[in-house]
Design a protein around this ligand. Structure first.
Ligand code: SF4
Length: 115
């Protein structure tokens, strides 16, 4: 079962650019030395994991990794699976809204006249 900060990188993650100090984001994760069980959802355990994630310097990278890899279990970037799914839905709605706006703006542009 994958564990944030400790799992083997997916192929695309192996190409992750090293940070200025030469460490990958996983090596900087705050959970690296924590009990992995904490990061699997359930009552007070979730609360404890979220508290650790809140102070993690690579939280954004972890969250994006979890989203990109459709991680189904555990806390990634401080979010539960349900929270990640809700975030993806919001992003899709925003993307769709922006596309609609762009299409409407394109419709409203005044025709260009030559000359
Ligand atoms: S955000 Fe949380 S789960 Fe992700 S690397 Fe940091 S401490 Fe670990």
């Amino acid at each position: 079962m994958p564990v944030p900060g400790t799992r083997d990188p997916a192929p695309q993650q192996q190409q992750h650019q090293p940070s200025p100090d030469g460490l990958s984001w996983r090596e900087q994760s705050r959970c690296l030395t924590e009990n992995p069980e904490i990061f699997f959802e359930g009552g007070g355990v979730t609360h404890k994991a979220k508290k650790i994630c809140a102070g993690c310097s690579v939280r954004a990278q972890c969250l994006e990794f979890g989203l990109a890899n459709d991680e189904r279990f555990g806390i990634w970037g401080g979010l539960t699976r349900g929270e990640r799914r809700a975030l993806l839905k919001r992003r899709h709605r925003t993307d769709a809204g922006l596309q609609d706006e762009a299409a409407e703006e394109g419709d409203q542009e005044e025709p260009r006249h030559a000359g």
